[in-house]
Design a protein around this ligand. Structure first.
Ligand code: FES
Length: 280
């Protein structure tokens, strides 16, 4: 019998209602100090249920649509891209192509990478499958469970957080009727979290990974200077198949300049004066 804290943590991790299922899941968790402290935090109720953990599960559970031994291969068009990608690396360092190949597999497979795709990549680059698994599980950009055709990634790092990213995420989750990392029942949307995407000057922001047109039409766009109202408008434009204007959503900002226009640097900067070295 597991301690109550471990059962509670497993239920929160997996969103499971059944205590027997959560106990089975908890037994799969390694009894590490980190897991123990997470369990303790969960038991204290100090982790709000809407923001339990920043990423999806970092271990694999077999399911009918995602287990080793399933057939998976790159499409004919993508096999040409695979060859092109591998041509960038020496033939004895094919494993350097693991990240771009995982990215291509994710685009082809509707936004996530099943174990069978990782195994196919391991064969192509001639390494043990664990070498691909360890890359796919390290980088949170690789989704190992299904995502929506539009995967909305909310930046949760400090500048975006103090500019309202939590309100943006809460609005998205409420509007779409999902929890983080869940997919809407029509398969169109999912909401995840990312760390700083380098756009803090226009915080808060989200990235939208669009898998609706396969790997050929894949796009990854930023939407910045968001408000709860604007992020809902963007979602509804995507639902209608429209392309919302990417970048800043602030009506008075151009790119990353100050809202309302420049306040300094109005003209060409003067070159520095030449120093008269002889005068010294
Ligand atoms: S903190 Fe959000 S983009 Fe940098």
């Amino acid at each position: 019998m597991l301690p109550p804290a471990a059962r509670l943590a497993a239920r929160r991790l997996l969103g499971l209602a059944s205590s027997s299922a959560s106990e089975a899941a908890a037994r799969r968790l390694a009894p590490s100090p980190i897991a123990a402290s997470s369990c303790a935090a969960a038991a204290r109720g100090s982790v709000p249920s809407s923001r339990p953990f920043s990423t999806a599960l970092n271990y694999h559970i077999d399911s009918p649509e995602n287990k080793p031994g399933m057939k998976w291969e790159f499409s004919e068009a993508n096999m040409k891209k695979v060859k092109e990608i591998l041509s960038h690396y020496p033939s004895n360092y094919k494993q350097s192509g693991i990240i771009p190949l995982l990215d291509l597999a994710q685009q082809q497979h509707g936004g996530w990478v099943p174990v069978a795709a990782m195994d196919a990549i391991a064969k192509i680059v001639e390494v043990a499958p664990i070498r691909v698994y360890e890359v796919a599980t390290f980088y949170t950009m690789f989704n190992r469970t299904k995502v929506g055709k539009y995967h909305l990634l909310v930046c949760g790092t400090t500048p975006c957080m103090i500019r309202g990213s939590r309100e943006i995420e809460d609005t998205l989750l409420e509007h779409l009727g999902v929890k983080r990392n869940e997919v809407t029942s029509d398969g169109l949307f999912s909401v995840g979290e990312m760390e700083c995407m380098g756009c803090c000057v226009n915080a808060p922001m989200i990235a939208v990974a669009d898998y609706s047109k396969g790997s050929e039409g894949y796009t990854y766009n930023y939407y910045e200077d968001l408000t709860p109202k604007r992020v809902v408008e963007i979602v509804e434009m995507l639902r209608r198949g429209e392309t919302p204007p990417r970048g800043t959503q602030h009506p008075e900002r151009k790119n990353c300049g100050p809202a309302g226009g420049n306040t300094t640097l109005h003209g060409e900067p003067k070159p520095p004066p030449c120093r008269d070295l002889d005068a010294c």
